[in-house]
Design a protein around this ligand. Sequence first.
Ligand code: NAP
Length: 499
Amino acid sequence: MPDTEYLIIGAGFSGLAMAYRLQEAGQRDFIIYERADELGGTWAANTYPGCACDVPAHVYSFSFEQKPDWSKLFANQPELLAYIKDVAAKHGLENYIQYNRTVTSLSYDKASQIWSVQTDDGKVLKARYVIAAAGPLATPIMPEIEGIDSFTGNLFHSAEWRHDVDLTSKKVAVIGTGASAIQFVPEIVDKVSELKVFQRTAPWVLPRMEREFTEKELDAFRNGPTLSRLLRRWLYWRAEMRAIGFFRHPNLLRIFEWMGRRHLKAQIKNEDLREKLTPDFRFGCKRLLMSNQWYPALNRDKSEVVTAPIKRIVSGGIELDDGRLIEADVIIMGTGFQATEPMPGITVIGREGRDLHGEWREKGAEAYFGSSVAGYPNLFMLLGPNTGLGHNSVVYMAEAQIEGIIRLLQTANEQGTPTVEVTEEAQNDFNADVQERLSKSVWQTGGCDSWYKTADGKNTTIWPGYTFDFRKRATDLPVSAFHLTTAHHSADASAQAAE
Ligand code: NAP
C-alpha cells in the first residue's frame, strides 16, 4: 500500500492549483513536498528589488480564485506572493504541505505500481501518483566563468538575492541582460557608486504599459466580478493575438522591432550606446522584455554597458578578453535558470530501470502535452516540456494540464485500471508535430540563442501555438493515447506491440 495516493512536488502556482483541483474532485489523500520553507514557488524564491510579473495579474492568476482588486496591471512579487498565500489559506491547502523537503529521486516499482519518492533527508515515501510541479524556472544557473571562486567581494544570483549585502556606494557588476536584470538594475542604480552591466546579447525592450488602478477603479472591480472578468478576458485575447507572429508569421513581429527601436531612440541619445543596445536578432526569438527604466538606468554617468567578453573573474573584479580589469565590490548574476530539462536535480527511474534524464539528454526533453512520458506510468509533470509561452500566462497552461490529468485519472479509476501510461506512439506523434511547428517559428528562425533551446538547438520549452488550442486538447486527452492497466505486463506487451 502506498503512503499516499498523490504526491505533489512543489507548492508554487501549479502545485497548489493541482492540490485545489484534487480537493475539488473529492480527493484528500495527497501530500505536497516543498523544498523551501514557505509556499509560493518562484514568487517566494525571487525577492530581488523590482521583481514583478510581466504578464498582467488579472490573467496571471488562478481561474478559480480571481482577485478583482490587483493594485496594478503588472503585479509585483510581494502582491503575487500574498495572493498565492491567501488562496492556499482560504482552501486549506497549507495543511497538505511539508516544507524543507527536497525530492532527490523518484523510482517506480513495476510489481506494486508504486513510486518511491526519496528526499534529501533520506526519507522515502510511497505514492501511487506523482505530480511534479517543480517549476520550469526554479534552478538558477551560475555561469562557469574561470576564477569565479577567487572573487573576494560578494557574489550572488538574482534568484538568491542577498538582502544582507548593502549596495550603497559600492562598485557593482551585473552579468546578464534578461528579464530579471532589466527589473533589478533600475532599482539599484541610484544606490551604487558604479554600475557595470555585462551584456553578451542586446535584448529587445518595449515600453511597459505600467498602470496603477485608481481607488475608483478598484471600487468598481470590487463591486462585482463582471468588470475584472471582462478585463481578464480582454487581456488574454490581446496577448493571444501576438501568438500568430511568434509561431506562424514571424514577419509580423517587425512592428514590434520598430517599436523597440523607437523606444531605444527616445531613451538613449548617445549613438555609440544606442548601437551597443541594438539587438541583432528577430524580435521574439528571445523572451520579450518590457521596461521604461532599463535604458535610463544604463544612460547614467555612473553606468557602463560592457560588451567585451569576460575572460575570468579575479579577486577584485572581472577581467575582460581585451585585457581591461573591471573592479567590483559586488557581482550579481542575472544569468537565468536551467530550463530545457524539467525536474533538474531529481533522478527519475521508470519502468525497467529507464532513466528519464538519461533519455532526455540523448534526444532532448519531451512529453505528451508536457505532462506524461512513455515508460513512466502514473507520473505527471506540470509545465513540463514544450508548455512555456512567449506571449501569455503559463498559469492558464498549468490549469489546462491539471484538468486533463484529473479527467484521465477519473476515467482510469472508473474503469478499475488505475495505472496510466502514455503510449510511445502518441508521444512521438505529438512531439513530431510540435517540432514541425516550431521549425517555422521565430524561436527557431530568429537568429538567436536562448534558454528555450538545448545546446543542440532543439526547442524543448515552448508551446508553438495558441493557448486555447492547447487547453482544448490537453483537457480532453484521448484515452486511446494511454495504456490503462491494472498490471504492468499488459502495458509492456502493448508497448512492445506498438514498437
Ligand atoms: P535569462 O533571460 O536567461 O537571461 C540571462 C542573461 O544572462 C542573458 O542576458 C544571457 O546572455 C546572460 N548570460 C548568461 N550566461 C552568461 C555568461 N556566462 N556570460 C555573460 N552573460 C551571460 O534569465 P532571466 O533574466 O533570469 O530570465 C529568465 C526567465 O525568467 C525569463 O525569460 C522569464 O521567462 C522569467 N522571468 C520572468 C519575469 C516576469 O516578469 N514574469 C521576470 C524575471 C524572469 P545571452 O542573452 O547572450 O544568453
